[in-house]
Ligand binder design. Structure first.
Ligand code: ADP
Ligand code: MG
Length: 470
């Protein structure tokens, strides 16, 4: 117990001194095995030789300096334990370094086959843990619900999974937050692991790529970093927009991309924007992104939302009546929000023992009925942005697409209705728009609301969000 406490404290220090990424990447499965008080030796357990070598080479001093203090002694010796057989060491090293997704069991054995490893028993001894970048097994094609909003992206993703590197390369999927991009990327990864067992799949969110790259430079391991990416057969890069304005990372990624592409390896990207709309991304990368197949995921229609909710409820063995399903569906436009609302309702009902009905759903999803006339513009804008899966920038900019213009007008309307700010204040907040624009926006939505019942339901939903946030 005491050792656990010391180790936790030590990790906190490393987090501060070297950054949490170091802890996440290297120290998560490391622990103090025992402390030899007589000889002042601290034995550190590592999951494999690769981690052992890496931390003893790069972090020994941090270990010595801080553990000395924490154990309250003037000198310590750190010994790293390494209890694995040669074969395991070898594989574990590849796993750890790679963030390469070698799935437990099946695809791991394909790797072993490649490397001529024989014993199946050895495989089961492998540490089950993974460092980062692995495919989330929960996200599959089977539990992805297809509607008109995502059918193109779904079809392209399936085609890519069936014939990796042969059809749409790269595949680029873009769209608002919570609309299924990460799900599709992982579904591709899972399907490839099942259908093409000999292929190595790497799923990597772009921000992890950036951090990994920075660490590689810092620790002079850039060759290892490049090697790792060049050995994959399928590279799934999520949220590529996070590479924006990171010129050096982009440069390195460009070379990795070309190498993989020329070797016929499949690459899939997701992003919140169409390639050419990503600010701060090198032109040559944007043109690579567009050179394969670009498709989007859109917000689901009410019908699709209902289908999604029904399927998700079913998966949890919950019977939920249509009125509740429709109520939830009308309130949210992103699938992430829909899921979150459903989970909250189910969790509440399970905990309280109350049956799920419309009243209960309303009670849970709309906590605060009290109408305040003075909400801050930030809160209102935040709820509008969330509901429409757009960004604050979209509200403040001057892009005049039909959809964005209406969302902006809705925002103006709600701001006027729920805050005590003047039209002029609201205009200023929304990117210095003229107050007459705000007046016009307010009047338009106010009138439209009377005749357009879908809009009215949507507005009620947002109002509830705003009030419950408040
Ligand atoms: P994004 O990456 O576009 O922000 P995610 O892929 O993380 O969105 O999706 C958010 C949540 O919604 C996830 O839990 C995901 O499983 C679910 N989801 C999204 N689209 C669908 C869909 N078409 N069918 C079923 N679940 C979906
Ligand atoms: Mg995502």
């Amino acid at each position: 117990m005491i050792l656990d406490g010391i180790w936790k404290e030590f990790l906190n220090i490393v987090r501060q001194e070297a950054g949490s990424r170091v802890v996440e990447t290297w120290l998560k499965a490391v622990s103090i095995n025992h402390w030899d008080d007589a000889k002042k030796i601290i034995y550190i357990q590592t999951p494999n030789k690769f981690v052992k070598d890496w931390i003893s080479k790069n972090y020994l001093k941090i270990f010595e300096d801080n553990l000395k203090r924490l154990f309250n002694v003037s000198e310590v010796t750190i010994k790293f334990l390494d209890i694995y057989s040669d074969t395991e060491k070898d594989i574990a090293a590849v796993e750890t370094m790679g963030s390469l997704d070698v799935a437990p069991g099946k695809s791991k054995s394909s790797y072993l086959a490649k490397k001529n490893y024989k014993s199946k028993q050895e495989i089961s001894l492998l540490p089950a843990r993974r460092i980062s970048g692995f495919v989330n097994e929960y996200y599959t094609f089977d539990n992805f619900i297809v509607g008109p909003n995502n059918s193109m992206a779904y079809a392209a993703a399936r085609a890519v999974a069936e014939k990796p590197g042969r059809l749409y390369n790269p595949l680029f999927i873009y769209g608002g937050s919570g609309l299924g991009k990460t799900h599709l990327l992982n579904a591709i990864g899972n399907a490839i692991k099942e259908w093409h067992k000999d292929l190595w799949v790497l799923y990597q969110p772009a921000d992890h790529f950036v951090t990994e790259f920075i660490n590689a430079i810092r620790f002079d391991k850039i060759h290892l970093f490049q090697e790792k990416y060049k050995t994959v057969d399928v590279l799934l890069v999520d949220d590529i927009q996070f590479m924006a304005n990171k010129d050096q990372t982009q440069e390195t990624f460009f070379h990795i991309f070309n190498f993989l592409y020329e070797s016929g390896k499949q690459i899939v990207f997701s992003s919140d924007l169409y390639p050419s709309d990503i600010q701060g991304m090198a032109k040559r990368l944007k043109s690579r992104f567009e050179s394969g197949f670009v498709t989007d995921v859109k917000k689901p229609s009410v019908e699709t939302k209902v289908a999604i909710l029904k399927k998700k409820a079913e998966a949890q063995h919950q019977v939920i009546t249509d009125d509740v399903i429709f109520y939830v569906a009308s309130r949210y436009s992103s699938i992430r929000e829909l899921e979150g609302a459903l989970v909250r309702v189910i969790a509440y009902s399970n905990l309280s023992g109350e049956t799920i009905n419309l009243d209960l759903a309303k009670k849970i999803l709309f906590k605060n009925q009290a109408v305040s006339q003075n909400l801050s513009l930030d809160i209102i804008a935040g709820c509008v942005v969330k509901r429409y899966s757009c960004s604050l920038g979209d509200l403040k900019c001057n892009k005049k697409t039909k959809e964005l213009s209406q969302i902006r007008q809705i925002c103006m309307y709600l701001m006027k209705k729920l805050s005590d700010k003047s039209f002029r204040d609201i205009g200023d907040f929304l990117g210095k728009k003229d107050h007459t624009t705000v007046v016009h926006g307010f009047q338009k939505i106010d009138q439209l609301r009377d005749t357009d019942s879908e809009l009215d339901i949507m507005l009620k939903g947002i109002e509830e969000d705003i009030l419950s946030t408040h």
